[in-house]
Design a protein around this ligand. Structure first.
Ligand SMILES: CC(C)(C)CCc1c(C(=O)O)[nH]c(=O)[nH]c1=O
Length: 309
């Protein structure tokens, strides 16, 4: 149909899904995603052991988006593996997000998930923490290379990566070159939140989240142009891979932008957190209206067709 999409040869009734971290920590949230008009769903990034995460308040919505420093609160990988075992893949595809606290933890989780022999799609979160004092994995290119080499060896089948935003053309070039050296990396999800921003409330003359002196990752309107640039940068540099767009989606218009930039699927974070799962019916309708108005009959006809001047 008009909104059909595909990734890794798997069919999706809609290109829309949640961004990992939103509406996906508990079974009840995942079931709400399953019952929604989203084409697929992804679990909260998991660690080997359950984590409570950071002290609250750790998420705040603002007029232009959101800021968070959740600290990876999750039920531990076995909880999400159980969900993936029970999931009905004929209903809609399921992604599992993995964000181990070390390369060894990631390998242990990937081994266990591999041995369950499930159709679940793995999105490896490369914003996962590095050794203290070093930047997140995706900002430490040597560590990223090692992580992808190990994951390719252990998982030994197609998977995807969740990338933080880059802001320098040389970084797009280097990150893409590393990803292109790993043929099992079949999709790239751009972007994770823009890290370590600071939102200030002038009434209280205060930060708005408790962890990290108020520093946190931002999403929403703040990140849309950066998200589109990262989608298009990797779409242009990685012709043998697909790109999933994430960042700043709150209406059909932003979904359409991500498709033009090269996205095959599109994730929704902040707007889903604020509106709830009903947003997917609205976004599908708004996207369909744009496609019909412009005379498009499939997402294929739109993907990557961004014009330059
Ligand atoms: C930031 C990390 C805690 C290292 C990973 C989990 C994560 C979080 C989080 O759990 O704080 N928030 C995000 O916006 N993106 C993420 O990838």
């Amino acid at each position: 149909s008009l909104l059909s999409a595909s990734l890794l040869g798997i069919d999706f009734a809609s290109p829309l899904m949640n961004a990992s971290g939103v509406c996906c920590r508990y079974n009840e949230e995942l079931d709400a995603m399953l019952a929604s008009d989203a084409g697929s769903l992804i679990t909260k990034s998991c660690t080997l052991l359950p984590r409570e995460g950071n002290p609250e308040p750790r998420y705040t919505a603002t007029a232009l988006g959101s800021i968070n420093s959740m600290g990876l609160p999750n039920e531990g990988y076995e909880y999400y593996l159980d969900y993936a075992v029970k999931h009905d893949y004929a209903k809609k595809p399921l992604f599992m997000s993995v964000a181990g606290l070390s390369l060894e933890d990631n390998m242990a989780m990937l081994t266990a998930i591999r041995e369950a022999k499930l159709p679940a799609i793995v999105e490896l979160n490369l914003s996962c923490p590095n050794v203290p004092g070093k930047p997140q994995i995706a900002y430490d290119f040597e560590a990223m290379e090692s992580m992808l080499e190990a994951a390719s060896r252990v998982w030994a089948q197609p998977f995807g990566v969740k990338m933080p935003p880059y802001f320098d053309i040389a970084h797009f070039d280097e990150a893409a070159a590393i990803l292109n050296r790993h043929p099992l990396v079949k999709f790239i999800t751009c972007i994770n939140s823009i890290g370590n921003a600071l939102v200030i409330d002038i009434e209280r003359e205060s930060v708005v989240i408790k962890p990290k002196d108020g520093f946190g990752g931002i999403g929403g309107d703040y990140v849309l142009p950066t998200a589109l640039a990262n989608v298009n940068a990797f779409f242009r540099r990685c012709p043998d891979k697909q790109v999933i767009g994430c960042g700043g989606v709150k209406s059909g218009a932003e979904v359409f932008m991500h498709l033009l930039a090269g996205a095959s699927l599109v994730q929704v974070g902040t707007a889903l957190q604020e509106e709830g799962c009903g947003i997917f019916a609205r976004l599908n309708a708004e996207l369909a209206e744009i496609l019909q108005r412009k005379g498009y009959r499939s997402l294929e006809e739109v993907r990557g067709k961004l014009r330059t001047l």
